[in-house]
Write a protein that binds this ligand. Structure first.
Ligand code: ATP
Length: 420
């Protein structure tokens, strides 16, 4: 039967129906795979964008911080600029206070002004140093006491705690110093009765490290005087333009704390002979002139004494050595053999010394050593003992210390030592 031949079998019919369905499923699968892949791609893109966003946000934060900093810097520079534009303040000293709002101020050229006082100023008094606005001449600030700067730069000691027993040798120098400095301070009536004026200032001269400072400190201690020390080279090198002012204030300070001993170390730095002047010399000269004025202004039997020290008496200006100034000149020489033994004994007083130490023999070995070198030798000898874990110092330790200080291998040895 042809008809039945042509007619599709049920199986065929079912196949024909399923094929397009199968194709569709395939297509759908294909499409969902495609979608999945697309989603993965989008997710990874999203991740990248998210990290990019995070990066950008951090960068924004950083730029904001930089911006803030720069704004602050601009503000600071603007303030600085403002300060630079404002005229400098005038400095003067109050010579009279009229009432709460007005005061008379003297400025450095000698002129006096009646000026207004800004409200709320603390510590304004006659003698105060003040800063004034140049435009309307009113006091805007009370400056700190000038002594505060001076005290920072000089050594002011109430009690030096150095007594004459700590000085080796120099017996004659001690006697002379006590006579010329101590006696007028402790028993001024003796001089008055006899009718003589004690020396105004005493000049100690000699090589470095021989005990000049020590002598001055010991006199201050024995007279219970305040010890005020200033170094000449510092006056002219560190405080350029201020040397004369510092000298004046130093003496004011000494007078306020009297009885006192003013010790001027390295006097030659301010007191060298005057030659044709250069600008730098003029500054030194002004300091010297102020020093001479202070010496001349002293009451000889007063309770401020001046001791100066120098290694170069030969270059001092003769004006300094005139009567009434540094008119007592005392030489402080290098210690001789006897003095060297004595100085070694002094500096080993608190050391645990073995019985074999012979200071006389050590003194012979230290020809050319000054007091500072001998002190160094005592310290070094102690160091040798410590290095060998001994509790006492032997003669041999001292000999090795002498060799060490002599050769200058000790880092702490005094560079100016005379030890040849
Ligand atoms: P410079 O000229 O360098 O200022 P100086 O002569 O003032 O020196 P000092 O400062 O007195 O010397 O001495 C330095 C140190 O040396 C002192 O602190 C002290 O320990 C020691 N010294 C110097 N001379 C003696 C001495 N005669 N007796 C005891 N110790 C001394």
């Amino acid at each position: 039967m042809a008809g039945s031949e042509d007619a599709p079998t049920r199986h065929q019919q079912q196949n024909e129906k399923e094929e397009p369905r199968h194709e569709m499923t395939e297509e759908l699968n294909e499409y969902s795979r495609y979608l999945l892949e697309k989603m993965r791609q989008l997710e990874s893109k999203n991740d990248t964008l998210r990290s990019l966003n995070y990066q950008m946000e951090t960068e924004i934060q950083m730029s904001e911080r930089i911006k803030l900093k720069q704004e602050q810097e601009i503000k600071r520079l603007k303030r600085e600029l403002e300060k630079l534009k404002t005229p400098p303040l005038l400095v003067g000293t109050v010579s009279d206070i009229i009432d709460e709002e007005r005061a008379v101020v003297k400025i450095s050229n000698g002129n006096s002004f009646l000026v207004r006082v800004s409200s709320g100023l603390d510590g304004l008094d006659v003698g105060s140093r003040v800063a004034m606005n140049q435009q309307n001449l009113s006091i805007v600030e009370v400056l700190p006491s000038t002594y505060s700067t001076l005290i920072r730069h000089s050594e002011v000691i109430e009690d030096t705690n150095v007594d004459f027993s700590q000085i080796g040798g120099l017996k004659e120098q001690i006697r002379e110093l006590r006579e010329t400095v101590e006696l007028p301070l402790t028993r001024p009536e003796l001089f008055e009765k006899v009718g003589i004026e004690p020396p105004q200032g005493v000049l100690l001269y000699g090589p470095p490290g021989t005990g000049k400072t020590l002598l001055a400190k010991a006199v201050a201690h024995s007279t219970r005087a305040t010890f005020v020390r200033i170094v000449g080279s510092e006056l002219v090198q560190k405080y350029i333009g201020e040397g004369a002012r510092l000298v004046r204030e130093l003496f004011e300070l000494a007078r306020e704390n009297a009885p006192s001993i003013v010790f001027i170390d390295e006097l030659d730095a301010v007191g060298a002979k005057r030659y044709e002047s250069t600008t730098g010399d003029r500054e030194v000269q002004r300091t010297l002139m102020q020093l001479l004025a202070e010496l001349d202004g002293f009451e000889p039997r007063g309770d401020v004494k001046v001791i100066a020290a120098t290694n170069r008496p030969d270059i001092l200006d003769p004006a300094l050595l005139r009567p009434g100034r540094f008119d007592r000149i005392i030489e402080v020489p290098m210690p001789d053999e006897g003095a060297r033994a004595e100085i070694l004994r002094i500096h080993t007083r608190n050391m645990n010394i073995s019985g074999d130490v012979n200071f006389e023999r050590l003194a012979k070995l230290t020809e050319g050593a000054n007091g500072a070198d001998l002190r160094m030798i005592a310290i070094e000898a102690g160091m040798f003992a410590i290095r060998q874990e001994r509790e006492y110092v032997t003669h041999r330790d001292f000999e090795m210390a002498i060799e060490k200080v002599k050769s200058g291998s000790s880092p702490s040895s005094y560079p100016e030592g005379m030890f040849a």
